[in-house]
Structures are given as structure tokens and as C-alpha cells.
Design a binder for this molecule. Sequence first.
Ligand SMILES: *Cc1c(COP(=O)(O)O)cnc(C)c1O
Length: 379
Amino acid sequence: MKKNYLLTPGPTPLPPQVCESLSRPIIHHRTPQFQDILKEAHEGLKYVFQTKNEVFILTSSGTGGMESAVINFLSPGDNVIVVEAGKFGERWTEICNAYGINCEVIKVEWGKAVDPLVIAATLKAGKGTFKAVFTTLCETSTGVATDIKAIGQVVKDSEAILVVDAISGLGAIDLKADEWFCDVVVSGSQKGLMLPPGLGFISVGPKAWKLAESSRCPKYYFNLKAAKKAYASTDTPWTPAIGLVIALNEAIRMMKTESLEKIFAWHNKMAQAVRAAVKALGLELFAPDAYSDVVTAVKVPAGVDGEKLVKTMRDTYGVTIAGGQSEMKGKIFRFAHMGYIGEFDVITGISCLEKVLAQMGYKFEMGAGVAAAQKVFLK
Ligand SMILES: *Cc1c(COP(=O)(O)O)cnc(C)c1O
């Protein structure tokens, strides 16, 4: 029998409390019983998003939250700025294009982070015509973290709203939605929040609500005005994913008990261990100047088949990491350390990596990666 370990940047492993909560009988949602649950979820999400704004729970994957962030605030023909530093930045452009919104794309080399000054200059050149700036907290395709705090300073006094895709970063690295002037923050359930896929989240601040008044994009299921009206009476416009909301409360209870501060410190430690391990194996980080504590992208060494490496780890040994996407296919692998991951998951993942690298003929000192990770954990 093969034991499986999930070390991908979504979905991430589920804590036992979450698994248990998912096995309970279903209840009806238009009941005081579910209202209590929803109230707890709304409050819990405010804690995780570090916001006073409403955070809406959508029954969709994270991309449903991204689509909501486009169609509720904008109109066809509007001009927006999109930061494209990888696959998920590109998704903003694709959604905007689908609704006839014009994108001024700031292209950033994969593996690098956007310079907030470039956003400032682009906004300035637009002379007040840009309605939104779309960014990504952690560009999961490259493992790069974006300096949202600095971008918030740049966007706050402009006419544009700042929209952050925090799908993979939320609950793993710091994002102070209110303090950093994020008008709209989007997330999803299956990454830092330790849940199965199926929920999208979106927080909306006053500047974005103001823009919503003039929005003419077509919308129905993701109409946030309907969601806001329902929210006011602790309700949802459609049938919510009741079981997942119950599980969400379990996950957030765990997070509150631990505290965000400790959770971020913990992710930092795991990321340090992974970075130290791959370096000790003679491997190179893909984003040495801008890595995140969410997922680590590593260059596949010369002579090694990157796709086969990932496939062998998964199919032969049950350790699932992620390969590269699009232009990085076969060239990098991505080792995630977000959500319900502990130091021995990291050790297991690194030791499996060593084993398969050795089988593929890559030369290194066996055990060096594990030892380097252990040293970080001992500190
Ligand atoms: C996973 C991810 C998404 C996509 O979310 P889905 O839940 O697959 O729709 C979008 N953005 C980022 C940064 C992600 O990591």
C-alpha cells in the first residue's frame, strides 16, 4: 500500500478536525442553526483577511472570486492595469478581456516581482483613466511574493481600486487588507485555509462599493449587491455550500487558536527549511530575489527530466509536488509548504526528492537536503 503526501500549492492537506466536520449530516440553510454558523464564518473571515469589510462566501473555486472582482466594479470599455508576473496574473487579463475591459499589462519576467514604482508610473501616465489595478499576492506559478503593502501606498490616492488575488497566500503570509489599502481581496478554500476546493471568498471595501454603482458588466450568480443584501441579515442569496462553511469554521477556529502571527512565522520556517534543503542538494531557486513562504519553485537541474521527476515522486512514492506551468513546464518544480503542513511533511518531501534525483542520475550527497532542513528546524 502506498501512503500519499500532498505538497502541492492547492489543494493542500486537510486537518482531521476538518475531515471530521465534512462527514456530518447536512442541515438546512434557512435556519437559525445555519445562521449561527454563517455568522461565525463571516466573523472568522474578517479575522483571516484582517479587515473590517464584509467578506462574501461564494460557492466556486477561487477563480469565481476573481471573476466577481472584475464584473462587479467595472464596465465594458473601462481601462485597468494588470500585473502579469506569471500564470495567475495572466488570468486577470483573460477575465477582463472576456468582458471587454481594456488591460494595460505590466509584464514582469517570471521569477521576479513587480516594482511598485512601475505601477505608480503607469497610473500617472493614465491621468485618472484607470479604474482598477489587479495584482497577485503570491504568484503561485513562480513562487514569488508581491509587495502589496508598497503597492497599496501607490494606489490608495489614485482613482483606481486595488484588487489582490490572495488565493494561495492568504493564511500563509501576511496580508493586512485594511492597513495596506486593499479595496478588494479574493481568496479560495483549498490553499492556506486547509479546506477542500469549493469556496471562493471576496472582501469589498468602500472605494470598491462606490465603483460598483456604475458597473455595467453583466452579472447574475456573482452579483455582489445581492450578496451584500443577504449578508446584512446573515444569509446568502443562493444555497451555500453548507458542509464547506461548517468545515471553514473548524479551520478558522484552529487558526485563531494558533494566531495569524504564529502561522506566518511557521510558514516562514518551513520555507526556510525547503530553501536550505534544495540549496544543499546543489539545486537553484527559481526566484532567488522574490521567493514567498508559500511555495518554493526550484530549477530542474541539467540532465534531469523535470516532468518525470514529479511523476515518479507521485506515482511511485506517493509524494505529490507540482511541476512548472506554461513556459516553465519541465523546467521547474514547485514544492508547497502551505496550510496544514508540518516539519516532517517537509522532511518526507525532501527525502523523496533526494531518492528520485539519485535514481535519475543526479550527483549530490545523499541526505544533505534532509540534514539542511533538520538544521533549520532545530534552530
Ligand atoms: C490556485 C490559484 C488560483 C486559482 O484558483 P482556483 O481555485 O483553481 O480557481 C488563482 N490564483 C492563484 C494565485 C492561485 O494560487
